[in-house]
Each structure stands twice: as C-alpha cells, then as structure tokens.
Design a protein around this ligand. Structure first.
Ligand SMILES: Nc1nc2c(ncn2[C@@H]2O[C@H](COP(=O)(O)OP(=O)(O)OP(=O)(O)O)[C@@H](O)[C@H]2O)c(=O)[nH]1
Ligand SMILES: [Mg+2]
Length: 369
C-alpha cells in the first residue's frame, strides 16, 4: 500500500518524518515503495527546519504563527480553514494518482494539529472522493490527562475526526511508550518509531513483492481497505524461531516440528495482542486483519490458519481478513489490526469529562464581572 502521509502540528510532523525513515527501510530491505510523500505542516519554523534533513520525501509547509496564548482546538481549526486550500495547492497532486490512501497524523491534545486535522481531512475528501483517508491520532500521556485543555481538545478532536476519516488509528502515548523509552528520558523519536513500526510489514506485504517473499496467502491493498473503518488499533509482536537445534526433528517436514513452529507464531500473536496501540477488547471489534511473517523454511499453512481462527474467536466471529509473507530473519512477526471498534473506555472517558471541562474553560475565558 502506497501512502501519502500528512502530519500536522509538532507531533504530527515528527511522525510524518518517521514514516520517511520507514519508507527508506522498506525500499532498502524489500525494494518496494510504500511512501509516496510525507508532508509536515506546522506553525513552528524551527522544528520544521530541523525535520528537513530527514530526506527529500519529506516536504515541509509553514503555517502562520497561531494566535498567541490561545491553545484551544478552535484556534487550530480556524487556522486550517484559512490556510487549508493554499496547503493543498502546494502539494504534489500529480503523485496522488499512484497513492492508495492518505494518512493524516496529529496529536489530540495540542492546538494546531488537533484542530487542523479534521478540517484538512474534509477538504481532501471533498476533492479526492474515492481515495481512502485514514487518521492516526496520538492521545495524551497520563501526566497530561487532568489538564482541562487537554481533555477538551482531545474530546473535540476525536468527535470531529470520527465523522470525517474512513478509519482512525488511535495511539495512546502512555501505552506505546515501552519501558525502554520511559527510561531514556522519553525521547519523542523513540516513541514515534514505536508508533510507526507496526505499519512496516503491512505496507510492504501489500505491495508487489519479490516472488521470494510471497507467502501461502497474500494480502492486497483491497484487504486493508476493506478491513479499515471507524476506531482502529494496531499492534505487532515477534517471537524468535531458533535457526538450529529448535526441534529434535528435521524442520518443516513432519507434524511435530510444524506444531512447535506454530506455537512460536501464537507466541508472536500474544505479544501483538498485548501491544495494541490503545487498550481495547477484541470482542468490540467488528473487523480485524492479521499478517504473519515467517522465514520460508519454517512456514506452513497451519500457522496462518491458527492465527486467523484465533482472531475469529476473539472477535466473536468478526469480519476477519489476513495472510502471510516470508521474511529473511529467524523471527515470526504478527501484525494485528482491530477495526470498527464499537466501544473504547478511553473515548467514553474523554467525552464524559469534556462537558465539565468545557464549562470551566468558558468561565475562564468569559469571567462574570
Ligand atoms: N508520540 C508523540 N507525542 C508527541 C510528540 N510531540 C508532542 N506530543 C504530544 O502531543 C501533545 C501536544 O501536541 P502538539 O503536537 O505538540 O501540539 P501542536 O499540534 O503542535 O499544537 P500547539 O499546541 O499549537 O503547539 C501532547 O500530548 C504531547 O505529549 C511527538 O513527537 N510524539
Ligand atoms: Mg506546536
């Protein structure tokens, strides 16, 4: 799948840059192009300049500085209403023909990104009616969730993007941070790499890959598009497949060794389930997608079936699609997407708290004399 990624605000721009790195990795490792172009749109000139070194696939677009002090989501929305058409006019529209989908990225808690993302999404949807448009929204850290403005901006951002995008991937900053990133002063780059890396296998496997990597059942762009709608979460997990001495039996040619290798794949699946981008219950997902990557020498049809069957069980017979492809390392990787999620604790909580917070914010903005 070939994406045009459009990041808005600080968080969105940083993640758009990370997609450029992912695109280069896909090109270097498997020779496929998964990124048509990345755009970073921000009002902060210094951070845009810092991103320019990432590579020529990243184009930066400067917004006029937002109204000083006002960090409510409405200010970000107004800025995009005033500048959105100009922004689209500066994009390389000729490249959109080879693009399978747009991916718009922002945080929910800031102002520029959270306000701008739905406005730009609407403008793009009106112009490119048949092009799927997805959003990737980063939810605040635990330390931020009691700041009234964070709650207010997040709730409004979620409400508006849900109405506009075909599917919205949610990333809980708190959940995505691995122990490693917390220990290393929570560097944004490391968190952003964790946000972007689950898309790697999915994007490259759905492109025309070298026949050496083709698995027993391949997934295409159509499978991804059919699987994505509404609130969505993505996760991936890995398990090491020892290259020698793994089984008492010769690999791949008898029941026993195949069984052991399938166990490793299920281990990778459990890791993926534990690393979803937001806390969710699979029984609330109406759609799901899986992708398995194993070395060809270890692959067998049972592995793919086992992952698919388990996912059907967990989603209560949801609409499940999936497939596999071959990797070169001795690792089993499982990528999972839960989509059309009908209930999420986090969203319910933000919506409930936003109404109280809105009253507080209004009082502060318009104090009674
Ligand atoms: N994962 C991740 N989160 C980020 C990053 N930068 C900021 N955030 C989070 O995003 C939220 C703040 O939003 P920003 O993207 O900085 O805001 P903005 O869209 O630039 O809008 P302003 O408020 O006008 O600066 C907070 O919840 C931060 O924790 C980043 O690079 N990666
Ligand atoms: Mg900013």
């Amino acid at each position: 799948m070939k994406l045009v990624v459009i990041g808005i605000g600080d968080c969105g721009s940083n993640i758009a840059a990370e997609f450029v790195r992912l695109g280069s990795k896909a090109k270097a490792e498997t020779g496929v192009d998964v990124l048509v172009r990345s755009y970073a749109i921000n009002d902060d000139q210094a951070s845009l300049s810092a991103l320019r070194k990432v590579g020529e696939k990243l184009l930066t677009i400067q917004l006029p500085a937002s109204a000083v002090g006002n960090k409510q989501i409405e200010a970000g929305a107004e800025l995009m209403k005033a500048n959105g058409d100009r922004i689209i006019a500066t994009m390389k529209a000729g490249e959109f023909f080879e693009t399978d989908a747009f991916l718009l990225v922002s945080s929910s808690a800031g102002c520029i990104g959270s306000g701008g993302v739905s406005i730009l999404a609407r403008k793009l949807k009106d112009r490119y009616v048949n092009k799927p448009l997805y959003a990737l929204i980063v939810l605040p850290l635990q330390a931020e969730v009691n700041i009234p403005l964070c709650v207010y901006n997040t709730a409004l951002c979620l409400k508006s993007i849900d109405k506009t995008a075909d599917a919205v991937f949610l990333f809980d900053n708190e959940k995505v941070m691995s122990e490693a990133s917390i220990k290393s002063a929570a560097s944004n780059d490391m968190v952003n790499r964790e946000i972007v890396s689950p898309f790697f296998d999915l994007l490259r496997a759905s492109e025309k890959v070298d026949p050496r990597f083709l698995g027993t059942r391949n997934i295409g762009v159509g499978d991804i598009v059919q699987s994505l709608s509404g609130w969505s979460a993505i996760g991936y997990g890995t398990a090491q497949i020892p290259s020698s001495g793994f089984s008492l039996f010769k690999k791949g040619d008898n029941f026993e060794s195949k069984g052991e290798e399938t166990v490793k794949v299920m281990e990778a699946m459990s890791a993926a389930l534990a690393h979803f981008s937001i806390e969710c219950r699979l029984e609330d997902a109406r759609k799901a997608l899986y992708l398995l990557c194993v070395p060809s020498k270890n692959a067998n049809i049972n592995m793919t079936r086992s992952v698919g069957n388990r996912l059907r069980e967990l989603t209560n017979n949801g609409e499940v699609r999936g497939g596999d492809f071959y990797g070169v390392n001795d690792i089993a990787t499982v990528t999972l997407i839960a989509s059309r999620i009908t209930y999420l604790d986090k969203i319910k909580d933000y919506y409930e708290r936003a109404s109280n917070v809105a009253a507080q914010i209004n009082k502060r903005e318009n104090p009674t004399p």
